[in-house]
Design a protein around this ligand. Structure first.
Ligand code: PLP
Length: 374
């Protein structure tokens, strides 16, 4: 085998003609000095709404702002309690604190790595939160997503869905974003739909929430110099919008390639102590991450073997939110069954990106197999 290394993520695998289309488009925007706003932003937002089957897509500066905007749009205010999973990316926690609300971390299920309905119900009963942020991690979603939505609605809990990792993920044939009251995403370049820089979006089917988000991302503007509320500047850039619009033309092929990579690992690593984990069968994952679990005591030596073979890896994420130094002094409560902590120690992510080759996948699997043979 000629391959001697595989990166964890490769950002440079584009379709033929993509680079030229983007650079030509940039020249056009540059010549028209369309740097912020302009038709390209509106066109991209329309395409995003169409692809995700949501009524409204509002572009913004990044995925963290998107969560803050969604929290503000639904009416979360200072000192409100907001539930979030103990296993997520830190931005979910930060967003709650940054809007002045109080985070409560709620443990995830050890098998699905996501919230389950029983723990969610327990958290709502115990903490009576104003809102909750359900996170769709790894390109999956909780198998209990529909039950959690229903329970939140029946109990007056405003449910925001952090979908930074789930572009293209479906539940019962529906885009995850389209079933949410309000959902957010990140277009950080390494995401399934990445931009040429930082960017994000909010999705909703509710016209009032959509209007409020638009006002919030643009200095609370109701007209150019009329400011109806305190917002901030979270506008999406024109070049990022162009890059997203062009990427959307190839998203189905990219999703297929990622999903195939995840399936390849599941088959090729069967029976090993590194156990690939797929999304629950109710969920059609997008292949954002190849997730596998290993006995935490065995993880360091496997990581060493991957490093020696020039293979990139991830441990997404290596710590529970409630245990972060930055959480101290902010936590308004927690439900902790030790699952998020366990997952953080046991998880290992193998290289996964659009257009990863069969040879690269085979090299990774061969290295993992050889490690366990020795
Ligand atoms: C689950 C989750 N939430 C929020 C974010 C924040 O997105 P961004 O980096 O675009 O601010 C990310 C991305 O890193 C994420 O993975």
């Amino acid at each position: 085998m000629s391959i001697k290394q595989v990166p964890f993520i490769a950002l440079n695998r584009f379709e033929a003609g993509f680079r030229e289309s983007f650079l030509n488009g940039v020249t056009g925007l540059f010549d028209k000095t369309q740097f912020v706003g302009g038709p390209i932003v509106a066109e991209t937002e329309l395409e995003l709404a169409k692809y995700t089957r949501t009524k409204f897509a509002i572009g913004c500066a990044n995925g963290t702002d998107a969560i803050q905007i969604a929290l503000r749009a639904v009416g979360v205010e200072k000192n409100d309690k907001v539930l979030l999973p103990d296993m997520t990316f830190w931005a979910t926690f930060e967003a709650v604190v940054n809007v002045g609300a109080n985070p409560v971390t709620v443990d995830v299920n050890r098998t699905s790595c996501h919230w389950d309905i029983e723990t969610f119900k327990q958290a709502v009963t115990q903490f009576k939160p104003k809102a909750a942020i359900m996170v769709h991690l790894y390109g999956w979603a909780s198998p209990d997503t529909l039950e959690i939505r229903k329970y939140a609605q029946e109990n007056g809990v405003l449910l925001i869905e952090d979908g930074a990792q789930c572009f293209g993920t479906e539940i019962k044939g529906e885009s995850v974003y389209s079933g949410a009251l309000i959902a957010t995403t990140s277009f950080y370049p390494a995401k399934v739909l990445g931009a040429s820089g930082d960017a994000g979006a909010i999705f909703t089917n509710d016209s009032q929430l959509s209007s409020k988000c638009r006002i919030l991302i643009n200095h609370g503007r109701t007209e150019h110099y009329s400011h109806g509320m305190i917002g901030w500047n979270s506008r999406i850039g024109a070049y990022e919008s162009l890059f997203l619009k062009l990427s959307l033309q190839h998203i189905d092929a990219r999703l297929e390639s990622r999903r195939n990579a995840v399936k390849y690992y599941a088959e090729a690593l069967r029976g090993l102590p590194l156990i690939p984990v797929l999304a629950d069968p109710k969920v059609r994952e997008n292949g954002y991450c190849a997730v596998a679990m290993i006995d935490p005591n065995d993880r360091p030596t496997l990581i060493q073997a991957l490093k020696s073979a020039g293979i990139g890896y991830g441990t997404i994420y290596p710590g529970a939110m409630s245990m972060q130094a930055g959480a101290q002094g902010h936590l308004a409560g927690k439900i902790d069954h030790g699952n998020a902590h366990y997952i953080s120690q046991a998880v290992l992510n193998l290289p996964c990106f659009a257009y990863i080759s069969k040879e690269e996948l085979a090299y990774v699997c061969q290295t993992v197999r050889a490690h366990f043979k020795n």
